[in-house]
Design a binder for this molecule. Structure first.
Ligand SMILES: [Cu+2]
Length: 171
């Protein structure tokens, strides 16, 4: 009884493999040889998507995430809170490697709400940032993963960075 079962298993595996590969070569060829007309669609496709939420208790749901250098990253940030933006706005500001997050956050306070608490004088310290979001809002930013290392990210709304911070690891 053992052999027939093995044989059937073998056959079905072989069939499954054949079925799986039947579609793939076409895809692979298309991916490499598609003309420029399709490159726009490709541009919007990210290598990796990361979603972070912020809430009314000043918490990011992700305090860390890892990406690989050179990857196209789509970062989506959602404010899942209910409090008004003026009282509990949130953003995600990923700082360049080696930036002192406390110094940046301190400078951010004086930038004011009109500037989304993003100090113009410290713009050089920012790798990528979302705008400040009110309750229920979400936004996505696309960027290319920088050189390997650790990158701090914070919410720059006054008083938030101490709780709302995390580390992006680039491998
Ligand atoms: Cu915040």
């Amino acid at each position: 009884m053992k052999r027939p079962i093995q044989l059937i298993t073998c056959l079905s595996v072989a069939f499954a493999l054949k079925a799986a590969t039947a579609n793939e070569p076409e895809k692979g060829v298309n991916a490499i040889e598609k003309p420029a007309a399709e490159s726009k669609e490709k541009e919007e496709a990210a290598d990796i998507e990361v979603t972070i939420t912020g809430n009314d208790t000043m918490q990011y749901d992700k305090k860390a995430f890892t990406i690989e250098t050179g990857e196209k990253v789509k970062l989506t940030f959602k404010n899942v809170g209910k409090l008004p933006k003026a009282a509990m706005g949130h953003n995600v500001v990923i700082l360049k490697k080696g930036t002192n997050k406390v110094a940046y956050a301190t400078a951010a306070i004086t930038a004011g709400p009109a500037a989304d608490y993003m100090p113009a004088a410290n713009k050089k310290d920012v790798l990528v940032a979302t705008k400040m979001l009110g309750p229920g809002e979400e936004v996505s930013v696309v960027f290319t993963a920088p050189a390997p290392g650790l990158y701090d990210y914070i919410c720059t709304f006054p008083g938030h960075y101490a709780l709302m911070n995390g580390v992006m690891t680039v491998k």
